[in-house]
Design a protein around this ligand. Structure first.
Ligand SMILES: C[S@@+](CC[C@H](N)C(=O)[O-])C[C@H]1O[C@@H](n2cnc3c(N)ncnc32)[C@H](O)[C@@H]1O
Length: 219
């Protein structure tokens, strides 16, 4: 039987309502179509993207609290668009600096009718850049400035960058197992909690690193 996005969504998100399943299917059809020309997702294997990227992003949702969520380095909208679909009553901001991603995010926002969502073209590493949100999420945020750093240095750099925006109270990084090897000092200074996402599909598990800035006295 050939692969079908709709069937895969039905099987994996069996407990979700029809609105969510319909919007996830619509989003993924757009994403894979756009990917054929613009390369906007980490893999061309649709089944892998749904079971790994989409399912893990779906699991991130239960950790998020607050009234507004911002995905920085949103790219093709993972995890931001999935979080937006799951939370029609929350304000969701999708930030990227690249026009090709912004064009796709605007198209997806409009085709899916995500009224709760705003797409913003912004370089979050620019010193004047401020994040007007409660909760920041990020997955695979990368660029030339940080790509050569080891994982811990990158993690600290990104959390300090996010912390500069006074309104942000929490950050959630959806990442791999290296986050479980952060030094005790880093874990303590940034009050990091980690949550391993149980995957029914893969032997390796992704991890959510949670940093609550309100708990940090100074660092
Ligand atoms: C590897 S992609 C990850 C995309 C998506 N989060 C995912 O996991 O599929 C990294 C994204 O970060 C964006 N990015 C890199 N540096 C940025 C910056 N300084 N400000 C905003 N976005 C940035 C890139 O344009 C790219 O879309």
């Amino acid at each position: 039987m050939s692969f079908s996005i709709e069937r895969s969504i039905e099987d994996i998100f069996i407990n979700e309502n029809n609105r969510v399943k319909k919007l996830l299917s619509k989003y993924l059809n757009l994403l894979f179509k756009w990917h054929e020309i613009n390369n906007i997702v980490s893999s061309s294997d649709r089944d892998y993207v749904i079971r790994r990227e989409v399912y893990d992003s779906y699991c991130l949702n239960k950790y998020l609290t607050g009234s507004s969520y911002t995905d920085i380095g949103s790219g093709g909208g993972i995890p931001g668009i999935i979080i937006s679909i799951l939370n029609p009553d929350k304000k969701v901001l999708l930030i990227d600096r690249k026009t090709s991603f912004i064009d796709f995010l605007n198209l997806a926002r409009s085709e899916l009718g995500l009224e709760n969502t705003e797409v913003i073209q912004q370089d979050v590493l620019k010193s004047e850049s401020d994040l007007i949100t409660d909760t920041v999420m990020l997955k695979n945020f990368s660029n030339k400035i940080i790509s050569k750093m080891d994982f811990e240095k990158k993690f600290i750099f990104l959390m300090h960058m996010i912390k500069k925006s006074n309104q942000v109270s929490k950050a959630y990084m959806l990442t791999g197992s290296p986050v479980l090897e952060l030094s005790k000092k880093c874990m303590r200074d940034l009050r990091v909690s980690t949550h391993v996402i149980p995957s029914p599909f893969f032997e390796t598990n992704r991890v959510i690193a949670e940093v609550k800035f309100e708990d940090i006295i100074d660092s």
